[in-house]
Design a protein around this ligand. Structure first.
Ligand code: ZN
Length: 63
């Protein structure tokens, strides 16, 4: 399966994540179609706000 994760299918999920309704993958900005840079300020702002809501102090990253 090769899902483009179109922005119209993307919903806000828990913990500041976004999720695709077609394939249920958790997404980051670089996964969506069209490119995040091309989505326009309204969507970008909403995305960032949702991420920021769940932003926590830097967690240790497993090596
Ligand atoms: Zn998808």
């Amino acid at each position: 399966m090769n899902c483009p994760h179109h922005i119209q299918w993307v919903i806000e999920a828990e913990n500041g994540l976004h999720q695709c309704l077609q394939c249920f993958d958790a997404l980051t900005k670089k996964d969506v179609t069209p490119k995040f840079e091309d989505l326009g300020p309204a969507i970008q702002k909403r995305w960032d706000a949702h991420e920021a809501r769940a932003a926590k102090p830097a967690a240790p990253v497993p090596a």
